[in-house]
Design a protein around this ligand. Sequence first.
Ligand code: ATP
Length: 319
Amino acid sequence: MKSIAVLTSGGDAPGMNTAIRAVVRSGFHYGFEVYGVYNGFKGLVNDEIKKLTREHVSRIINRGGTILGSARFPEFIEEKYQLKAVKNLTKRNIHGLVIIGGDGSFRGALALHNHGIKCIGLPGTIDNDIPGTDYTIGFFTALNTAVESIDKLRDTSFSHQRCSVVEVMGRHCGDLALYAGISVGSEFIITPETGYDREKTLAAVQSSYQRNKRHAVVVVTEKMLDVHVLAKDIEQHTGYETRATVLGHVQRGGTPSAFDRVMATEMAEFAVELLSRDVGGKIMCLSGLDVIDRDIETALKMKKTVSKKRYGLLGKLVT
Ligand code: ATP
């Protein structure tokens, strides 16, 4: 019997467990033995590999995080570690590997693929920053968490007539801020795609104050600026008492949304089906309503598309 394995790598995201469960169950369906690699590429090199049973993946469909653990292991760029990983897999007759992670993890997948292991990547990150797929596993769950938190902040902002400046995750991608901003009806968003324009930001918040709005919300992608400094600036120039909140890692946890569970399950099943046909070197992508496969190399070269129409929504709704 041929064997396959599954690992999670990079930042964890809700829905990774759902995907692991689906890899194991589909693996059994296609007649594979399925192994779990613990702690990402680091565990792969250190031989932290165990056979998984149905019991290992029972009652995890709704659990956040990843039961396999994740790790950053920059050394995996070096061929000697990649060869060690290949050795650890092949001695167990593992010919296929499902890697759930971000674009960094896909570069690791490509390296292993070039050494003869059939690899399939599943996009798992809350940042939605992977080109080639409309959405990533975990994005909508993190978005729901951000929206729920901002709604709560707005309740208290309203009571005190305050402005809330909220930092969300996303790294180089503004999708979390954009979608959260639309969902909560924010005054303004600041993302890598919009850049930071101080005058426009202050003008948008001030216009809300002048219309006697009791609350205002500005959503900012992490690393764009210091939200505490921005809050002070807004307070000094708009009339609103202003507070800054950094949502932080709370956005990474929690029960995966139904959307993330369905997408994770569909992508995982497709990945295993490809491996059953001895196909590797692909990543699973959501394109419209369909899960499709793309060559890893092609996907890594693609540029993330930004919806100008969606960015335009906020400006039209504020005034
Ligand atoms: P996230 O978007 O959540 O940060 P990611 O997969 O992009 O996820 P990275 O830290 O960039 O996170 O990559 C995860 C791991 O993938 C790295 O720690 C490393 O082990 C491996 N990796 C990254 N880039 C390469 C590369 N060029 N070659 C081989 N392995 C790589």
